[in-house]
Design a protein around this ligand. Structure first.
Ligand code: THU
Length: 132
């Protein structure tokens, strides 16, 4: 993460928490917010979006990165994920693949609304990736 890491990480977690409030999570009751910092320090956020198909649900992480990619952004510095779980929750396998492909080995900050935090590099969360 850029600049003063502590402050920038707080900013990213706060953004993810704010986007979590927009979650469409009426099916599972599990609201997630994500925020991704691009190479210029701009933050892109997203929430999970569930729907009647269930299977076409999109996770918060992918909503956030799709937003950035669709605006032409191609470099990323860090990702934050916020949930209401008791312990920090890592991204699902599908999101790990997508984050790896487009963001590379970025730090992933997993935070709870209760204030717990865990940080891991994406390479640690997603060893032996499929790269094509
Ligand atoms: N979810 C995310 O948004 N991100 C993850 O990394 C894990 C799961 C969402 C999908 C679904 O709406 C709800 O959490 C329960 O799985």
């Amino acid at each position: 993460m850029s600049g003063a890491p502590g402050n920038q990480e707080d900013r990213l977690v706060e953004a993810a928490a704010a986007y979590r409030r927009n979650a469409v999570s009426n099916r599972s009751g599990f609201s997630v917010g994500a925020a991704i910092e691009d190479g210029n320090g701009r933050i892109w956020g997203g929430c999970n979006v569930e729907n009647s198909t269930y299977g076409l649900t999109v996770c918060a992480e992918r909503v956030a990165i799709w937003k950035a990619l669709s605006e032409g952004i191609r470099s990323f510095r860090a990702v934050a994920v916020v949930t209401g779980a008791d312990e920090p929750t890592p991204p699902c396998g599908a999101c790990r693949q997508i984050l790896w492909e487009f963001a590379g080995d970025v730090p992933v900050v997993m935070a709870t609304e209760g204030g717990k935090r865990k940080r891991l590099q994406l390479a640690a969360l997603f060893p032996e990736p499929f790269d094509f």
